[in-house]
Design a protein around this ligand. Structure first.
Ligand code: NAI
Length: 267
């Protein structure tokens, strides 16, 4: 093993790899010696991240994937296993906030217009489909390949919203709570195959998804005030947690939840 590299020879699939936390996790895995297949629906951005990794001397390629489509997962996993011989790591990172257009932020930082009475069934279903069903489909699809590889690590991105509630967007909380407990059940079912499944729970991280609620408004101020370490997260703060869970350093870690939130939920 090259000194300091945590993932030499590993094959990783990372969803949501075109942007934010997923892109940074793809870069980090590649920096640590993994061959990374990063997937997303933003093709130009995703291809750009893969090219950037290759230019820096890493191994990466971009594939289009809608995480809500089972046939696309089946084709992806078959292709990756055929090409690379195995799959060691899956990072289920793709997600949406599903923030409704009618959301407003009061001076107190409390959000309105996202109450349950106003949430549409269509909005609820879409958030659940991407954030929860997408994680189920990814996990389901890679398990046979990981059984053939005699082990693997699946990292499911939940959120602090999967642990605590808030005034806003109950569907997002529900979708992330589902990821948390789904991960524990999957961990128990496949521990016998040395397939580890863990959830990661970021606090407020400055990414294209979160930025509208973080910068230049009352909501952002309230969230900063609620973050004991005094800054918003960077994608690398989360990517390094994913790196730990992906690596053999976490060989005895499964069914756990890694909270990376600047101390927010310690309150
Ligand atoms: P982002 O918006 O920068 O990245 C999300 C990526 O997922 C985008 O590239 C998007 O195209 C992709 N995506 C969305 N739907 C997809 C689908 N159906 N199929 C394939 N790809 C799809 O957002 P960010 O912040 O990097 O989010 C990554 C994950 O982290 C999400 O699951 C999010 O819920 C979670 N998270 C983010 C937090 C934050 O403060 N940024 C806090 C807690 C959790």
């Amino acid at each position: 093993m090259e000194p300091g590299k945590r993932l030499p020879g590993k094959i990783a699939i990372v969803t949501g790899g075109a942007s934010g936390i997923g892109a940074e996790t793809a870069r980090t895995f590649a920096l640590h010696g993994a061959s990374v297949v990063l997937c997303d629906m933003q093709d130009d951005l995703g291809a750009g991240v893969a090219q950037e990794i290759v230019d820096a001397g890493g191994a990466a390629e971009y594939r289009t994937l809608d995480v809500t489509k089972e046939d696309q997962w089946i084709a992806l996993v078959a292709d990756v296993e055929r090409k690379y011989g195995k799959i060691d790591i899956l990072g289920n990172i793709a997600g949406i906030s599903g923030r409704p257009a009618n959301m407003t932020v009061q001076a107190s930082g409390v959000m309105t217009g996202t109450g349950l009475a106003e949430q549409t069934l269509e909005n609820w279903n879409r958030i659940m489909e991407v954030n929860s069903t997408g994680v189920f489909l990814g996990t389901k699809s890679v398990i046979p390949a990981m059984q053939r590889a005699r082990g693997g690590s699946i990292i499911n991105i939940s959120s602090i919203c999967g642990i605590v509630g808030s005034f806003a967007n109950a569907a997002y909380h529900a979708s992330k709570g589902a990821v948390r407990i789904f991960s524990k059940s999957a961990a128990l079912q496949y521990a016998k195959d040395q397939i580890r499944v863990n959830s990661v729970h970021p606090g407020f991280v400055d990414t294209p998804m979160a930025r509208p609620g973080l910068l230049g408004n009352e909501s952002g101020k309230a969230r900063m005030d609620a973050t004991p370490l005094g800054r918003f997260g960077k994608p690398s703060d989360i990517a390094l947690g994913c790196l730990y869970l992906a690596s053999d350093d976490a060989a005895w870690v499964t069914g756990s939840e890694l909270v990376i939130d600047g101390g927010m939920t310690a309150n």
